[in-house]
Ligand binder design. Structure first.
Ligand code: B12
Length: 218
């Protein structure tokens, strides 16, 4: 029986076919899909470390991205099934990867999970400028705005976006909560960009968003 370390190291070593076969096996054996997501994230982190150390180049990042994309295609029906079926439709959320950043695999995973939890998601895509977040927030009047970012440059974009959203929402009746997410996000970054809510993995993100919606009575 394969263990977590196998999947993490197959991804870290960019073994495409073996990764797909192992994930198929894990899903067939009934392993919790959220646990598989977490192993994939750890494997991707190791790819990132190897890139930073000069062991991999940009092609390695691209390859890792392609492997995770295929894994997520396999996982989608299982992730959908794993979510709370009794959850009523509640709340709306705008989600996007901030300006300068094009990483979207993590954002797409969190979108999938939030949708399965009954939250209507408006996905603005990647490299989204602050003005676009504001424009869509005025149009949709969401309960929550989620900003995704993985590279250092995204923190400045998050800060800019949050400042603009706060300034504009002064005049709105309904002020949205703002949550940031991404593998490198921590408390320090959350303070730097000026938000109260941050997560570095999707499962916690879903819990935080559901709690915020419950408090809002959405
Ligand atoms: C794959 C990858 C790429 C792919 C991305 C493909 C894609 N479509 O997304 C490609 C090849 C495009 C890429 C490009 C680059 N990359 Co890159 N990339 C990665 C890598 C290896 C994995 C990212 C990933 O998918 N992780 C897996 C997912 C599942 O995790 P996640 O994104 O963190 O998302 C989870 C949570 O954070 C959460 N979440 C995410 N967003 C949100 C939002 C909300 C609201 C919520 C609630 C939750 C949430 O849910 C997800 C599931 O749990 C990371 C390494 C790492 N540590 O992550 C480097 C990494 C992010 N990349 C890096 C770099 C440097 C780059 C480039 C600048 C390289 C270059 N020289 O061009 C470019 C940047 C391009 C740009 N302008 O954005 C650096 C960033 C370093 C830094 N501090 O700035 C990293 C950390 C690698 C490293 N250690 O050096 N990259």
């Amino acid at each position: 029986m394969a263990n977590a370390a196998d999947l993490i190291s197959l991804i870290a070593n960019l073994k495409e076919d073996e990764t797909i076969a192992l994930v198929r096996g894990k899903l067939a054996a009934g392993e919790n899909p959220l646990y598989i997501v977490s192993q994939c994230q750890q494997g991707m982190r190791m790819v990132g470390e190897r890139y930073k150390e000069g062991q991999y180049f940009i092609a390695g990042l691209i390859m890792a991205g392609e492997i995770l994309r295929q894994v997520m295609e396999l996982m989608e029906p299982f992730l959908t099934d794993s979510q709370d079926e009794n959850c009523q439709h509640s709340g709306t959320m705008i989600l996007g990867t901030v300006k300068e950043d094009i990483h979207d695999l993590g954002k797409n995973i969190v979108k999938m999970l939030l949708t399965c939890n009954g939250i209507s998601i408006y996905d603005l895509g990647v490299d989204v400028p602050p003005e676009k977040f504001v424009e869509e927030a005025v149009r949709i009047q969401p309960d929550i705005i989620g900003l995704s970012g993985l590279i250092s440059a995204s923190y400045e974009s998050m800060k800019e976006t949050i400042a603009l959203l706060r300034r504009e929402s002064e005049k709105w009746d309904k002020k949205p909560h703002i949550i940031i997410g991404g593998g490198q996000i921590d408390e320090q970054i959350s303070q730097l960009v000026g938000t109260d809510y941050w997560v570095s993995e999707a499962d916690t993100g879903v819990k935080v968003c559901r709690k915020l919606l419950l408090e809002k009575g959405a």
